[in-house]
Structure formats: structure tokens, C-alpha cells
Write a protein that binds this ligand. Structure first.
Ligand code: DOR
Length: 428
């Protein structure tokens, strides 16, 4: 079957393309990107005039919560939320219950994704058994079952020797390690960033140095182990600086940040809204600026959501008791496009950080509209202004600090393997 997306403006940094073009899809794959109006007459045509046509977002940091926390999210609800956000591939973290630290859990997630999911799902396996940071997980078994990376994300591997061994194993199987960088002895019982605002509010605080120290440790260990390292959710100026240095030293490191770190600061915590509580925490304006600079100069390769859905019972409590995390997969694309409007960044650079760069960081297919690639696309109205309403989320997690915020750029359609999976608010 042939499908022609006609009249749009293609933004495909992976294929080095930007401008008016028609996209031809055949048998679930990209067949060609053509001069406007030059497509075959026998193709089914969708008019995408005035729309940006881009590769589907590859979100390499999500929490789908299944198995074990289905009251927060399921593979079915999380992948529907992904589709609504223009996301066509997700890597899902191992902090499920049971933890994804063995082949059976990986197989369960992959099977469930096949039957209940609407976008591609790539499970991330744990580095340590039970995410306890004590002994290594069944890494060979996880690799054989098909994990795309290893990570104890949500938990921190305090023992440097264990992290080193984990990286050495990971390198053997050519798997990247995704590190959650926080020195928990410095984090202590901190619930927000350490700084002026925490002092004023009197909250126990988590200093930026907790992140910086662990990023430095992990790039050092990656160099020692010859491993591929991906630094999750970079939030600090110091972290950006260390990653910049590590790249100069040719450490095999990539890095991501999330929309909340370049959109908000710890000032948002003054509302006492527990939806502003996230790990690592929202930082200072100087950190936010440094993260944007890191995106601009390429130190930060990837924008990921760190989609962390929680139930209302875990958020409608005092700040100190609230769970950390933001339900972010449905807002990541629009908030990222905010960098075009507010910071003058190029839309191609933003799309790159949402598509081809994350696909490359974890070695996943897609992320580009090159011929022969899976026909995974997002069709976006880059000019539409809309108001974020968590009650309209397809995710079970309504926990966003962006409720009521007006953003520019809206996903109109999401296509996976040539099939429309989402159109104007509805899963197809
Ligand atoms: O805020 C967070 N929530 N940060 C993490 O690293 C984990 C996540 C979760 O699983 O809820």
C-alpha cells in the first residue's frame, strides 16, 4: 500500500533535509522524500499543507510502570500517551515491579508491547539486581532477551566498583549504560534544589554538586571501562561543563536533558505544587541557562521526557512526602519547540535532539526519513497555540507542573510503520 503525505514542510536532520517535500510511504517503510507534487498518482494521499512533517520522536527515557505499577501507567496507556506526543519509539526504564533485571521481564514487556502498545517499545535492563546496587543483574540474559541499554535509573549505583563492572559487561554486549547521576550522601533528605529558594522555603535541599560529582565519576569509569555512557536528565551547569570536557577527551559519552530543566527553575517550587518535585530537582536560572547553552553547542545531544507518571494519591500530599516525577511525554515536543520561539534555536536542531540523536545514542532504528527506514512520523502544526490540560492527557499520570500553560506547536498526527496511530486527539 502506498501513502503520500503531500504539501508539508519536511524537517529531517538525520537525512539532511529541510523544506517543502512530499513523503511517500510503502509497506510500512519510507519509500522516498520527493519534490512537491511529484508523487505517484495511485497513492492514497493525506494533505499535510502548512504542517511540519518530521520523524517520530524517539524518547529514550520513559517509565511505563508495567509490570507492577499499573495504577500509575500501563504499556497500553503509556504508548497511547506517547503517540499523542508525536513519539513513535520509547525506551522504558527498569524500575518496574518486578524490576527488569532478567530476561523473563524483558520478554514480558516486549510481548505486552506487541499486543497492547501502539508505538515501538525498547526495554532498558537494570545494571544491578533489584536496582539495589549490590550485585550485577543477569546482563547476558538481558542482552539476549533484547534490552537496548542498561540503567538503574531512579536509583543510584553508589558503589563505583559495581558501576565499573557493569560498564565492562555492558561494553562486552555493546550496550550503552544510562546513568542516573546523584550522590545520595549529598542528596540526603533533600526535596528540592539547594539554593536561595530552598533557604527561603526552609526545605531540605539537594545541591547541584551531587549531580556533578556522579557525572564526573561515571565519565571517568566509562573511560576506564571503554563503555558507551549516556547521562540521563542533566540539570546542572557543572554537569554540562563536565560532559563538555569528557567529549573533548573523547570519552564515549552522550547526554540528555528534559523539557522541565530548560523551561522551569526552582522558583516554581514556591507554589508548593508537588508536580514541581522531580529527581534531579528543578535548578537555578544559571543552571537553566547552562543547559540551554549545552543544547545549543551540542554538549547535550538529546531531549528526553523522563516521563514519570504517578497517581494522585502520591502527589496530593505534603511536598516532602510526594513522589518525584513529571508526566511529560505528551508535552515534550511542544515544550521543546519553545526553544525555537523563546531562544531563537533552529527547528532542525531541536528535531535532531528529539529524533536522530536519541536513536543514535542507543543504537535504535528510525529517527530519520531516509528511504528504507520505518515509516514513523509526527505531523505537527508548528504555529498552533494550545493550553496544556492534564485532564486531556492519555497518560494515567496527570502530574504536570505545566497545567494551564500556553505552548506553541501541536502534534496533529502520529504514524508508526505507515499506520496512523493518533489523529487530532484520538487514538486510531
Ligand atoms: O523524578 C523522577 N522520577 N526521577 C527519576 O529518576 C525516576 C522517576 C520515577 O521513576 O518516578
Amino acid at each position: 500500500m502506498k501513502l503520500l503525505l503531500k504539501g508539508g514542510s519536511v524537517v529531517d536532520p538525520g537525512g539532511g533535509r529541510s523544506g517543502p517535500a512530499d513523503v511517500l510511504i510503502e509497506n510500512g517503510l519510507i519509500a522516498d522524500v520527493l519534490k512537491p507534487g511529484s508523487g505517484p498518482k495511485d497513492a492514497e494521499t493525506i494533505d499535510v499543507k502548512d504542517r511540519v512533517v518530521m520523524p517520530g520522536v524517539v524518547d529514550i527515557h520513559t517509565h511505563l510502570r508495567e509490570p507492577g505499577f499499573e495504577y500509575k501507567e500501563t504499556i497500553a496507556s503509556g504508548t497511547r500517551a506517547a503517540a499523542a506526543g508525536g513519539v513513535t519509539s520509547v525506551a522504558c526504564m527498569a524500575n518496574t515491579d518486578p524490576v527488569n533485571d532478567n530476561g523473563q521481564i524483558t520478554e514480558y514487556i516486549l510481548e505486552k508491547a506487541q499486543t497492547a502498545g501502539v508505538v515501538r517499545v525498547y526495554p532498558v535492563g537494570a545494571v544491578s539486581r533489584g536496582l539495589k546496587g549490590e550485585v550485577l543483574a543477569e546482563i547476558g540474559e538481558l542482552a539476549a532477551a533484547g534490552v537496548c541499554a542498561l540503567s538503574d535509573d531512579g536509583h543510584v549505583i553508589a558503589n563505583s566498583d559495581l558501576m565499573r563492572r557493569g560498564m565492562e559487561y555492558a561494553a562486552t554486549f555493546d550496550l550503552p549504560v544510562i546513568c542516573h547521576c546523584e550522590d545520595m550522601s549529598l542528596v540526603g533528605d533533600g526535596v528540592m534544589n539547594e539554593g536561595f529558594v530552598s533557604t527561603e522555603l526552609g526545605f531540605p535541599a539537594n545541591p547541584p554538586h551531587a549531580e556533578e560529582i556522579m557525572i564526573f565519576r561515571d565519565v571517568t569509569l566509562a573511560r576506564l571501562a571503554g563503555a558507551r555512557l549516556h547521562v540521563a536528565h542533566v540539570s546542572t551547569a557543572g554537569g554540562v561543563e563536565i560532559i563538555r570536557w569528557a567529549k573533548e577527551k573523547r570519552v564515549m559519552v552522550t547526554a540528555e536533558t528534559c523539557p522541565h530543566y530548560f523551561t522551569l527553575t526552582d522558583d516554581a517550587v514556591r507554589t508548593f505544587d508537588t508536580n514541581t518535585k522531580v529527581n534531579p530537582p528543578l535548578r537555578s536560572e544559571a543552571d537553566r541557562r547552562a543547559v540551554i547553552e549545552g543544547l545549543r553547542d551540542g554538549t547535550i545531544d538529546v531531549i528526553a521526557s523522563d516521563h514519570a507518571p504517578h497517581n494522585i494519591v502520591e502527589k496530593a500530599v505534603e511536598f516532602s512526602y510526594a513522589a518525584s516525577g513529571i508526566s511529560g511525554i505528551e508535552t515534550m515536543l511542544s515544550l521543546s519547540l519553545g526553544l525555537v520561539k523563546d531562544e531563537g534555536m533552529d527547528i532542525s536542531d531541536i528535531v535532531e535532539k528529539l529524533t536522530i540523536a536519541p536513536a543514535r545514542a542507543l543504537g535504535l532504528p528510525g529517527g530519520t526519513l531516509a528511504a528504507g527506514e520505518p515509516a514513523d512520523l509526527a505531523i505537527v502544526d508548528a504555529a498552533e497555540i494550545w493550553r496544556i490540560d492534564p485532564e486531556a492527557f492519555l497518560s494515567k499520570g496527570k502530574n504536570t507542573p505545566f497545567a494551564g500553560r500556553d505552548v506553541t506547536g501541536r502534534v496533529k498526527m502520529t504514524i508508526v510503520s505507515g499506520d496512523i496511530v493518533y489523529r487530532e486527539g484520538v487514538i486510531v
